[in-house]
Design a binder for this molecule. Sequence first.
Ligand code: CP3
Length: 346
Amino acid sequence: MTTPLLVQALNRQPLVRPPVWLMRQAGRYLPEYRAVRAHFPDFVQFCLTPDAATQVTLQPVERFNLDAAIIFADILTIPHALGHTVTFTEGHGPHVQPITHPNQLAAMQNLLEQIPHRLTPVGQTIAQTRAALAADKAVIGFTGAPWTLACYLLDAKPSLGIPNTLAFAKQHPQEFQQLITLLTRACNAYLTMQAAHGADALQVFDSWALLCPPDLWQTAVHQPLLELSAATPLPTILFPRGATPAQLLALAESGATALSLSTGHNLAWAAETLQPLTTIQGNLDPALMTGPAGVLESALLTMLNTAAPRRGYIVNLGHGLTPDTNPDNVTLLMETVRNWRAPGSV
Ligand code: CP3
């Protein structure tokens, strides 16, 4: 049986070239995505419609011959399944019906056991995608991390700051920890369901880890991420966006299988320090995907020559592709990675 290249990298096998996939590889920069999206006024319903979700999951893999398909869904499916309405308006991003009082946790707690059932359509998308893909390509399932989901549940727009999250954690420390525990259980059940439907690997997005104050890091980010990393037998990639080098190293030393690096992280440092302990993924600046080919190609070669000669490396970005990405740059990226060879290999 062929093991997907991505899984081989996560198992730290020696490879002639690293696997490649891109965060937000399905999305508005692709005209074929926009055509399907136009049929769905409600984004969450789009995510929970297996045929449409499978179709857009496969689009970038078919167009660019990527090594993995990440399931088309969203991290905000969990707040949705826990009873908090999620809406997306064009140009404004997502809005989650907020938690305004700790007494709302009980209602969420009551919905916890329904997570696998309510999100079964995502499992169906995984099964359909797995059936459609060649054996050497991986299907990646994912979840948002508890801290990042808490940020969306308490502050409508974490990108503008998280005053409510910080106040809630200070004013109601026990209830805040209950919320993190509840969300960790929800993520755990969600990932378990995804594994049962045939995912080959999982990624946990802690997109707002960079906003977590040091006194909350251990209980709100570090421990939940490690718990989710062990939730299933599948290799799991953790993406604590903007974590400090010390925080990344602590995750690697505590047994994380793979760490996805953000744009700002120093790849040479990560290759020296983290890669002997764990697989690393990343961290090309997504801004390069909207610019001239020559600059992109030289940055890619630097990145490949830094991390790809060693075991345990996956090509990806430091954050997701943006809607103004030039698809020709993805083609160039794929050609560059596929033509690259580890020194000494033929
Ligand atoms: O291709 C893939 O990466 C798979 C699908 C995927 C989406 N969102 C689809 C999506 C994944 C893995 C996500 C994760 C996600 N969603 C994250 C973590 C990654 C990160 O970027 O840090 C976060 C924070 C979200 C929440 C979210 N969903 C935001 C902030 C937005 C708005 C972004 C915007 O540019 O408007 C979304 C919407 C969303 N999720 C889109 C897609 C393709 C665009 C929505 C549309 O088509 O209108």
